[in-house]
Design a protein around this ligand. Structure first.
Ligand code: HEM
Length: 524
């Protein structure tokens, strides 16, 4: 009946009681004002009363994580950290509860064996409550992480690496044949071709069979799925709430779908591997799955679950392919940009080896100090993981660069900023492999400073277990390419700048664009 009885002001709207509407509007206004006051209160607290209030950083990053999210979304978060450190110094508050560092001493304090920290919960985005859905990488619990690392360590042992070498070399030989072949394309985007190589090698190492990307284009689409998947994970880690609420789909709808496609793809690869004859019975060959399938839990005696197999398979493929190919592409890029270095490396290789087939892991390769220095310098200038690896400080706090950081703070070394810290690396934008060599009057102290100033593979208990394998792949590939080919840069303008990376957690990269001609007397 309220529609028929006029209100005191004579208005009855659409049959609704105007006093109710007014009360509702008043409530909304009060709620809005309360939210504004609450936000201002939070901002004031974070700026002036928070335990990290005294640390420098832009005010808009101290009060919320959104700016960092949009920087990450713009794919240049690594450069932004470098900018922040140049502006604010060695420690920067880049979020309400987050500190970034760019000094070697802070890096040791955060990642070293004595650090009172653990991986942050951000690494667990995308995992379910099932502990098996946490890979070695995303396991935050220290004990469980060590147990998982022990299982993987079998696949990284000296004997596993040496038995993997012939498969690695056979893939590198295929790459060389493809590069020499001009019938499909004369100019090669080396980032792409090295991705195919790294992926095919990971196929061999993890599942016991190559993915044949070097020779068959049909599976190459998976590379963009991996990239999208890893990028999605980075964004979700920067803003976990977006992932948990599903809102991330509004920002990266395609990426989320691609991530799902990729997981589906790896799932089917794991399935195929499970159907295979055990690798060891076939040809005395032990891939990672051989070890994963033969592992038994020390307490329960049970084998790894299907979920655990999938998560580790996913990790090894994503963690081991793009990273290594970035190191390889960057090394060749800088050798082309600095012909003096390329010449010196070729001279070292041709002095050491009489034939390309001799380029194998062993005593001779170990003596190639310039090769090692080139790879190390390229990994510094193009870190395959250029962002930040966050850790949460545990009860009792953590001493970093003279200050005790309270429990619960998220701390991390900004890898790119650390690698470009001019205090450690004078003229950091210049490719200078000699930094790591005792020559031209360089003292042992100076060389040690360069060697101990940046860790592409991190350090401490969660350091990359794949480091030796990555170096093996890097040395063999770079040495063989330089030994066999005259490489002509086909887009000289790209060499005017440094090698460009997009920070997707791993990196997205392009080039160098090169044509390959066999050196005189060489064949593939
Ligand atoms: C140039 C190549 C590579 C670089 C620069 C690199 C770098 C890294 C870094 C910095 C971490 C530490 C992550 C963290 O602390 O959160 C890491 C972890 C890891 N990497 Fe690598 N990696 C490379 C190649 C590989 C390869 C070839 C594999 C395996 C085949 C691999 C497997 C792993 C695994 C399993 C972890 C997780 C370890 C843990 O969380 O305890 N990586 N890698």
């Amino acid at each position: 009946m309220s529609t028929l009885i006029p209100e005191p002001d004579g208005l009855a709207i659409d049959g609704r009681d105007p006093t109710v509407i007014r009360s509702f509007l008043r409530f909304l206004t009060s709620l809005f004002v309360a939210i504004i006051f609450w936000l201002i209160g939070v901002a004031v607290y974070r700026l002036y009363f928070h335990p990290l209030a005294r640390y420098p950083g832009p005010w808009y990053m101290k009060i919320s994580g959104w700016y960092d999210f949009f920087i990450a979304y713009g794919e240049h978060r690594h450069l932004h950290f470098q900018y922040l450190h140049q502006k604010y110094g060695p420690v920067v508050r880049y979020g309400p509860n987050e500190l970034a560092y760019n000094t070697p001493s802070a890096f040791q304090a955060i990642y070293g064996f004595k650090a009172n920290v653990q991986k942050g919960h951000a690494v667990t985005v995308g995992v379910t409550s099932d502990p098996d859905s946490r890979s070695t990488f995303s396991e935050t619990d220290k004990q469980r992480a060590m147990k998982k690392r022990r299982v993987l360590s079998q696949g990284f042992s000296e004997s596993a690496l040496s038995s993997a070498e012939s498969f690695m070399i056979s893939q590198i030989e295929t790459l060389c044949k493809q590069l020499a072949n001009t019938s499909t394309e004369k100019v090669k985007d080396l980032s792409l071709w090295l991705n195919y190589l790294a992926y095919d090698i990971m196929g061999e190492v993890v599942f016991g069979r190559s993915f044949d990307m070097l020779t068959d284009p049909s599976l190459r689409y998976v590379l963009s799925l991996i990239d999208a998947s890893v990028f999605c994970t980075l964004l979700a880690r920067v803003m976990p709430l977006l992932y948990k609420t599903g809102l991330i789909a509004f920002f990266v709808p395609k990426v989320l779908t691609m991530r799902k496609q990729f997981i589906k793809y790896v799932n089917s690869t794991v399935e195929q591997r499970l159907q295979q004859v055990p690798a060891s019975d076939k040809e005395d060959r032990k891939d990672f799955f051989y070890y994963l399938l033969n592992t038994r839990d020390s307490e329960t005696g049970k084998p790894l679950s299907r979920t655990a197999l999938l998560t580790e398979g996913l990790l090894l493929v994503t963690g081991g392919s793009d990273t290594t190919s970035t190191g390889m592409a960057a090394t060749i890029f800088y050798l082309l940009k600095y012909p003096r270095c390329l010449e010196r490396l070729y001279e070292e290789l041709s002095r050491t080896f009489d034939h390309v087939d001799e380029i194998r892991t062993g005593r001779k390769l170990k003596t190639c100090l310039y090769l090692r220095a080139c790879v190390q310098e390229a990994l510094r200038m193009a870190p395959p993981g250029p962002g930040i690896l966050p850790r949460i400080v545990l009860e009792g706090g953590q001493l970093i660069d003279g200050a005790v950081i309270p429990a619960g703070t998220q701390v991390g070394g900004a890898f790119w900023a650390l690698a470009y810290n001019a205090d450690t690396y004078p003229e950091p934008e210049v490719f200078r492999p000699e930094r790591y060599l005792m020559e031209d009057g360089r003292t042992e102290e100076e060389v040690d400073k360069s060697k101990g100033g940046y860790w592409a593979f991190s350090t401490g208990p969660r350091k990359c277990p794949g480091m030796k394998m990555a170096y093996q792949e890097l040395y063999l590939t770079v040495a063989r390419l330089v030994y066999l080919f005259e490489m002509t840069p086909e887009k000289p303008e790209e060499l005017e700048e440094n090698f460009k990376l997009l920070d997707h957690f791993n990196v997205k990269k392009k080039g160098p664009f090169v044509s390959f001609n066999l050196r005189e007397g060489q064949t593939v």
